[in-house]
Design a protein around this ligand. Sequence first.
Ligand SMILES: [Fe+2]
Length: 176
Amino acid sequence: MKYPSHEECINWYKEQKTPDNIMAHVKKVNEVANFLAEKLTEKGIRINLEIVDKASLLHDLDKWMCINDKSIDHGFETERILTKKGFPDLGFYARQHRADIILDGLNSWEEKIIAYADKRCNDDNVVSLKERFDYVNVKYPAKDIEKRKREMRLFYELEEEIFRIIGISPDKLPIR
Ligand SMILES: [Fe+2]
């Protein structure tokens, strides 16, 4: 399967008139995701690096539309766009980054890495999960506090799982 180049992915954001701050964010998430995927691969885990690379870069393709139209379902719109472009698998992995989807279980490393990398980036700053959730809880207050707490707990568990394998501390991500 031939996936789009980085340049094509960036052009698809331009089609959506995506502003610079969102572009900076997705590039940073892409960097974190690629780093984690590489490290986990070094530890013997089988990961499709191309999917992690492209789907992490495309994960917020619908973000600007969603900001402008609250009726659009974040993630699912990205999946729809990417399916239309001929990449339903990238659409699936991009959609799975939505924080609430972890409640149903993330089944592959590709899904886990992309969802987690997003939770380590506030705009284009690499932050701790705590900083990220503090930010999200103010910016997008939870309608269901218990549900938000379960999501947060599952992301902390995922962090534990990832960094136990990689063998570094989560605050030692060499990406700033
Ligand atoms: Fe994101």
